[in-house]
Design a protein around this ligand. Sequence first.
Ligand code: 5AD
Ligand code: SF4
Length: 589
Amino acid sequence: MHPFQCVLRARRCLRRGPLASVSWLLLRTCRAHSSVPSFACPSPQRQQEDGVWKDFSSRLATGPTFQDFLRSASVPPEQPSSSEVEDPPPYLTVDELLGRQRRVYLETYGCQMNVNDTEIAWSILQKSGYLRTSNLQEADVILLVTCSIREKAEQTIWNRLHQLKSLKSKRLRSRVPLRIGILGCMAERLKEEILNREKMVDILAGPDAYRDLPRLLAVAESGQQAANVLLSLDETYADVMPVQTSPSATSAFVSIMRGCDNMCSYCIVPFTRGRERSRPVASILEEVRKLSEQGLKEVTLLGQNVNSFRDNSEVQFNNAVSTNLSRGFSTNYKAKQGGLRFAHLLDQVSRIDPEMRIRFTSPHPKDFPDEVLQLIRERDNICKQIHLPAQSGSSRVLEAMRRGYSREAYVELIHHIRESIPGVSLSSDFIAGFCGETEEDHLQTVSLLREVQYNIGFLFAYSMRQKTRAYHRLKDDIPEEVKLRRLEELITVFREEATKANKSFVGCTQLVLVEGPSKRSAADLCGRNDGNLKVIFADVEMEDATDSGLRVRAQPGDYVLVKITSASSQTLKGHVLCKTTLKDSTAYC
Ligand code: 5AD
Ligand code: SF4
């Protein structure tokens, strides 16, 4: 028998037509578990579990028929039931879908999208009756939210899995068996290869399958491996309020869109996270309002291409207005039309709470029409900080990367942004050693770093990823040591330039949102300025300008004015002047 038993599964979806979301679930009989010898003296809990397992396997054997799926597939869309738990598929009971107080340990790797995904996954599991633990030893379920963007990111996860293997094998038999799951991009990219390589992995859930976690875990309870790695055209988890991991946090991430249609030739993201889709504006505004009511002072709008945001969920806005791209920029996809765009969203979000800072990441340089730049300039609480991933300073390499712009168009955009938003802080991503990159191309990237003088930079050595266009069409021909040498050179130049850029703050007064104690010294506090640079200052009494000059100490979530006395490539230092509000104060030199 083929090790995989594919079951056609139909999931009902509130916003979709009945058959739109038919998906495949992979159920795999785990040999390791199926051959576990029976215990001489099983605990009552174990006996109960064995009973559940037998019951489950006999139901699985008699299993749902194709008719079952047709039946559930044709169920008309419904309102959510008052119960928090979804209807079980025919081979599980409602009880089996419940977490039964199992403790879940979640570990996040990779970007901010993954931090947000972790909160979404947890929100779904919490509603199903799971408990959260931050103690690995206490966990009944360990879930790794993974990243695939570079080989190194995946290697870290394989290493972690090896460590977890021993945790699983040493597990006391008196406890419920430990279940391990791989969530996110790596599950999506490698699919069953993970289950084959690491037999101790029980579940796989791709970035669009987190709603399915309770069911996947219920299947895993019986010793089966289970996977859902389907990508969706419209899953945005719009109705799932992420659970903030740190209740004392001053800021939160709000996912506004998922996926990516850009197909840059080096990037795996379109394959791991699927097509671009935006969350309805109304649900984003509702989430931001809730965060404001909870007292949060900063929201970062998140997405693989945040500024390509396009909410097509409201038909009246789907007129044929064509999209304004930044001058000199093009797309790899057919022009899209209509919908509510990023400028509209940014406008609405920033009106919710004038004391709440708004940031967004990660944008694509092609989607910066003037209305977005104007809004950033005009609105006090939209941070004057733009991430503008260049990737390379060579037009030839940019073409091979299929970025849709030349060096000249990029530099023109930088000038335009600096004219439109005086004092704007700029950051960028760069890749060293892309296919065919010559020494001359590399020097052009060095010169772009010098020319723009970014405040913040993220620099990487190229890592070839299967499935991408570069993998199929180009040669990964730059030796590893050359990639690393070029990367080192880029880092050195970036640091020199960032130090110069940041030194221009010395003597200026910056509005800082306090985050908490500095990691280096308990006598210092740490916060961020509008440009997202870290600012360190001594934790001393200061005047509270919001409360008739009372003397107070700064608390997380306070806005304070800090006079900058020194700067490095990554941090500003200074002394605190007073507590203030965002509305009432601006940074000055
Ligand atoms: N190799 C190295 N860096 C990459 N990035 C994306 N794909 C790769 C890759 N294959 C970088 C880009 C992107 C950032 C998130 O990661 O710079 O902007
Ligand atoms: Fe990693 Fe990209 Fe996936 Fe984020 S979206 S986890 S950076 S591969």
